[in-house]
Design a protein around this ligand. Structure first.
Ligand SMILES: Cc1cc2nc3c(=O)[nH]c(=O)nc-3n(C[C@H](O)[C@H](O)[C@H](O)COP(=O)(O)OP(=O)(O)OC[C@H]3O[C@@H](n4cnc5c(N)ncnc54)[C@H](O)[C@@H]3O)c2cc1C
Length: 316
């Protein structure tokens, strides 16, 4: 018997497992494959709450995550950078965006049409292909177990632990019967970095983003609700390249080094982070982060750890 089983080994499951371990819980992570096989590994993984609605606790998660990744960057954790970011708005908004109190270096600049405002700020960026394996190794070094296991029902985990964290992303819709979960397909193209160090996000529809990493640049984006296709589409790739080169002309001719598509685990009503009593035990849900799983992960993990610890006190 362990204290808690975290089902799901993407960014939400691994960060939750780490916070639980830090609080002294006996933690096992169950996932059918390594973190490189998750949606989290496809993410551009830049801190920004894309299409996420304001709620005080979402702002708190965003702020906690921002601070954690910033500490990681200063500690030179592999795969974590902080980039100057230009957000180019088109909607004529004038007030402070809800997420601004969570970020550093936020300032507002005039800009020529078609944009209506430029917001500059510093944003953590995570190279998931490097960071997720690092996080898993840290977790194991801290005493957690990571087991290759797929469940058909969360009750399989409740047989072995009194508390189970449901961090299964899009699969949560089926595993806990939540009709509000749906996929939002995203496709990215990666090109060799010609020396760019500033991130740019154009708020048009579809949005366009250019996120320089250490060796390559992640180009996007797409937001296709209820599209289950995980194969990159050549026409979408060409359209992304055209928009990104128009936005950042230095990208012209940069060789393509990769392309991926993934399904964001979106949820009507926003992420679900709460404890629920099941007949066989307690399930702490942590899913539905849509286009902001990296942006909200460490704050979500803090809340999951608190929910589990409150629950464990009740159980014991
Ligand atoms: C193109 C693209 C760009 C993105 N860019 C950003 C960005 O810049 N910033 C940002 O914050 N977010 C971004 N996102 C969103 C982000 O990727 C997601 O919000 C995040 O990855 C969700 O993490 P997760 O751990 O909930 O899900 P996942 O990474 O999908 O992990 C789910 C885990 O559950 C496991 N699982 C599933 N079913 C079962 C089962 N039956 N039994 C056991 N385990 C199971 C899976 O194997 C996996 O380990 C982007 C997404 C895409 C697709």
């Amino acid at each position: 018997m362990v204290d808690v089983i975290v089902v799901g080994g993407g960014i939400i499951g691994l960060t939750a497992a780490m916070r639980l371990r830090e609080r002294g819980a006996e933690v096992t992570v169950w996932a059918p494959s390594g973190p490189e096989q998750t949606v989290s590994a496809v993410a551009a993984a830049v801190w920004y709450p894309t299409r996420t609605l304001f709620e005080p606790r979402v702002l708190a998660w965003a702020a906690a995550t921002y601070d954690q990744f910033r500490r990681h960057a200063f500690a030179r954790v592999p795969g974590v950078l902080v980039r100057e970011t230009r957000n180019l708005e088109r909607d004529g908004a004038a007030g402070e965006p809800w997420w601004a109190p969570a970020a550093r270096g936020v300032r507002y600049l005039p800009i020529d049409p078609p944009w209506t405002r430029e917001i500059r700020f510093q944003a953590p960026l995570v190279e998931m292909g490097t960071y997720l394996p690092w996080l898993r190794e840290r977790l194991v070094a801290a005493g957690a177990r990571v087991v290759r296991r797929r469940v058909d029902r969360l009750e399989e985990a409740l047989v072995e632990a009194p508390v189970v964290v449901n961090a299964t992303g899009l699969a949560a819709g089926t595993l806990c019967g939540d009709p509000d979960v749906f996929p939002v397909r995203g496709q990215i193209v990666r090109v060799a970095n010609p020396g760019i160090i500033v991130s740019v996000r154009d708020q048009g529809d579809p949005g366009t983003y250019v996120h320089p990493r250490s060796r390559d640049v992640v180009l996007g984006g797409t937001w296709q609700a209820n599209n289950w296709n995980t194969a990159p589409d050549p026409a979408t790739r060409d359209a992304i390249l055209e928009r990104c080169v128009a936005l950042v002309p230095e990208l012209a001719g940069a060789p393509i080094v990769g392309e991926e598509a993934g399904l964001r685990p979106a949820r009507r009503g926003g992420p679900r982070v709460e404890a629920e009593k099941w007949p066989a035990g307690t399930v702490v849900h942590a899913y539905g982060h849509g286009g902001a799983g990296m942006t909200l992960c460490w704050g979500t993990a803090d809340e999951v750890a608190s929910l589990v610890c409150d629950e464990s006190l009740t159980v014991r």
